[in-house]
Design a protein around this ligand. Structure first.
Ligand SMILES: O=c1nc[nH]c2c1ncn2[C@H]1C[C@H](O)[C@@H](COP(=O)(O)OP(=O)(O)OP(=O)(O)O)O1
Ligand SMILES: [Mg+2]
Length: 198
């Protein structure tokens, strides 16, 4: 078991930082990698796991601190799991609004029954840049892609993701509610267990 008070979060995504810090509470202080560098590593892996490890190692190298990375994305059944690890780059780096517009367009004639999707989150924790035994935890969240955007909370694809257990979009959930049931919440719950934080 590791005793960790301070971790650097290997992410330039403010939405992730907010959610992960809220889930960790004040037992662990998350510092953003943005404090140390504004250069984002190229995500060259072929899996969420590989990209999470790559980002965590890079952040540990730059900061000298233990590092936590989150690689996540949206896997749409009708698209054979795309955009998946390429979710952030789906509309060629034009950002969340363009990603969402592209997904709605691609699925525009697809009926509800075929609009199933999963959010995927892999968390990777390394004690140092060359750690031979990263801790890996994953979480999935099943839902469906809506026909139009709805809701203003969260980030990324949240306005398009219908949450069956709450009958609303992920962006209509309060931050506290999303943090109880999301893919990231599930992965973080496993990580907390692994670290002996609960
Ligand atoms: O809870 C979520 N609610 C909505 N959308 C989400 C969520 N979780 C991941 N996503 C989307 C955002 C982005 O399109 C992709 C993550 O890409 P991913 O490379 O892991 O993150 P990123 O580039 O935004 O930040 P960074 O790599 O610096 O951590 O999946
Ligand atoms: Mg990224």
């Amino acid at each position: 078991m590791m005793n960790i008070q301070q971790l650097v979060l290997a992410s330039h995504n403010a939405g992730k930082l907010k959610e992960l810090q809220a889930m960790l509470g004040d037992t662990v202080q998350l510092r953003s990698i943005g404090e140390f560098s504004s250069v984002e590593p190229e995500e060259t892996g072929l899996s969420f796991v590989e990209n999470a490890i790559l980002k965590a190692r890079n952040a540990a190298r730059i900061s000298g601190l233990p590092a936590l990375a989150d690689d996540s994305g949206l896997a749409v059944d009708f698209l054979g799991g795309a955009p998946g690890i390429y979710s952030a780059r789906y509309a060629d780096g034009q950002g969340d609004a363009a990603n969402n517009a592209k997904l709605l367009e691609v699925l525009k004639d697809v009926p509800d029954a075929e609009r199933g999707a999963q959010f995927v989150c892999v968390l990777a924790l390394v004690r140092h840049a060359d750690d031979p035994l990263p801790i890996l935890c994953e979480g999935l969240w099943h839902g469906r892609i809506l026909h139009q955007a709805s809701g203003a909370h969260g980030f990324g694809y949240d306005p398009l993701f219908w949450v069956p257990e709450r009958d609303c979009s992920s962006a209509e959930l309060s931050p506290a509610d999303k943090n109880q049931i999301s893919h990231r919440a599930r992965a973080m719950s496993l990580l907390r267990q692994r670290l002996g934080l609960q």
